[in-house]
Structure formats: C-alpha cells, structure tokens
Design a protein around this ligand. Structure first.
Ligand code: G3H
Ligand code: ZN
Length: 288
C-alpha cells in the first residue's frame, strides 16, 4: 500500500483533495469508512486532544490499524490540533500516521521552536523504525472549536502571509502546512467568508509543501473546488459531522422513545454522518 505521503502527492497531481474527518466514537469511524469505501478513496481520520481522550489514544490507533490491515485499505490516523510537544510525542509513539502541532496561540518564534522540536522527534522515529510520520503546523489564526458560532470570533481569520510561511517552513522542515486562507473553525450562523484561492496559489508556490484546508464545515462548494484547484491537498471537516451525529441521535430518541438497544438508537446518527462524508468526498474528488 502507498504511504500517506504518496497519497497526498497523488491527490495533488490529480487536483483533488483527501478528506480528513474527525471522530469521537465508533459510529463516526464506521460512517466515514463506509462512505470512503463506497467511493474507493483514501481517507484520514482525525482526533483532537479532546476526541482522543474520549476514545483512548491506543484504542484509536488499534481501530484504524485493524481496518487498514484487515481490508488492505488506505485509512490513516492524524493527531489533530495537538497543542504541545508532549502530546505530539505520545501520539507518534502510539502509532499515529501524522500529527499537527498547533502553535497558533504562540508567537512566531515560539511556534517555530515547538514545531521544529516535533519535526526532529518524528524524523528520529523514522530513522529508528522506518515509519513515515508527517508533521503539519498551522500559521495564521482560523479560530478554535468545531462548534456552532453566531459570528466570526474576534481575532480569527488572520490570513497567512506567503513570505512568513516560506520562512516558517525553512526554519521547521514540516511536511504539511495549514494556512489561514479565509476559513474559520466551526459553523458560522451568518456564513463563512470566501476562501482566498489566489493566496492558496501563492503560498503553495512559495513554500513547496502540500497545503491543508482547515475549518471546512459550512464552506460553499465553489470555495472548496477553487481551493483544491489552487493547491489544497487535504480538507478537514468536523462540525458538520458533529451536527449530523446529534441531529440523527435526537431524531432517533424522539421517533423511537422505547428503543433501548444502543446500536439501534445510534444507527440513524451513523447514517447521517455517512451521508455528509459521502457528499463531501464526492465534491473533493470531482465525482458527480
Ligand atoms: O481540524 C479540524 C477542522 O479544521 C474542522 O473544522 O469544524 O469547521 O469542519 P470544521
Ligand atoms: Zn482544524
């Protein structure tokens, strides 16, 4: 099987993007995997620090590895928005395929320092074990939290400067960059800003590394397609999955108040997540 790095390269060549979807539980994992399988596309499962604590770090590694080996299927695991060197190390050691060191709350120098520390650690593990581990970092600020917001939060949406991105990559050696190009984490009731596709093109060109679009929930289809054409190779979706899960679960509880079998209660939630992921994957891959 190709490595995640190779799948990203292939996506870039084809001008498509790999979907990255967050999970909090097994229903989410099955839903995402079912959707990806139906379309025969590689897929990345992400867990934030909170999601990872809920599922269990080693447990989630075992789940993804089991599916990948059992079905010989390209499903990968990413440590999404991990805030410290220590949590990144724990994920690398546990067997994650990629990690995101999120130093966006730090100043440029501190962000460089912690990111470089993570890159060095990952490279050492690769040297010792042969495992290819991708390290991603974020530059600029696209807000926090995959939840529903009334408006764009104060301070979010600071766009990444191409020259700063170039300098950051030279100083850290990261494999993937999450730039701020217009999206914001979460669903914004008043709508999300448009993606600045021209900025995506400039950053991709000047940095030479594959780019990751965060804050995908609620973006317009045209923004996704323009961003992918401009050089985005991975797209992150979380809030839409969380909304599908809670809406499906609420409906199930209302429709079948006497149902007590957990896998029957949560099946509509799983189906709703699968439908969301299926549509997003089609869009990211130009499938009609
Ligand atoms: O890392 C996770 C994502 O960037 C998700 O953003 O909740 O807006 O889809 P979202
Ligand atoms: Zn994100």
């Amino acid at each position: 099987m190709k490595t995640l790095r190779e799948y990203i390269k292939e996506a870039e060549k084809k001008s498509v993007a790999i979907g990255h979807f967050n999970i909090s539980n097994l229903e989410g994992l099955h839903a995402i995997y079912n959707a990806a399988r139906k379309l025969n596309l590689p897929v990345i499962i992400g867990v934030s620090e909170g999601e990872e604590n809920f599922i269990g770090r080693e447990e989630v590694v075992a789940l993804i590895r089991t599916i990948r080996e059992r079905d010989n299927y390209p499903i990968f695991l990413n440590a999404d928005h991990h805030k410290s060197f220590e949590t990144v190390v724990a994920c690398i050691d546990a067997g994650f395929d990629s990690v995101i060191i999120d130093g966006t709350k730090l100043n440029f120098e501190e962000n460089v320092k912690v990111t470089k520390q993570c890159v060095d650690y990952a490279r050492n593990v690769t040297k010792e074990t042969g495992r290819d581990i991708l390290v991603e970092a974020e530059l600029g600020y696209i807000g926090e939290g995959s939840n529903i917001k009334d408006k764009v939060p104060e301070g979010a949406g600071i766009l990444t400067k191409p020259e700063e991105a170039e300098k950051f990559i030279k100083m850290t050696g990261i494999d993937l960059l999450a730039p701020s190009v217009g999206s914001i984490h979460g669903l914004i009731k008043s709508g999300k800003p448009h993606i600045n596709a021209e900025l995506v093109t400039q950053i991709r060109k000047i940095t030479g590394v594959p780019l990751v679009l965060h804050g995908g929930s609620g973006l317009r289809d045209i923004d996704f397609t323009n961003a992918i054409k401009a050089g985005i190779s991975i797209v992150h979706i979380n809030t839409e999955i969380r909304v599908a899960y809670t809406e499906g679960l609420n409906k199930s509880l209302v429709d079948s108040p006497d149902e007590v079998v957990p896998y029957k209660v949560s099946k509509p939630a799983q189906d709703m997540i699968e439908a969301v992921v299926f549509e997003r994957l089609k869009l990211f891959n130009g499938i009609k």
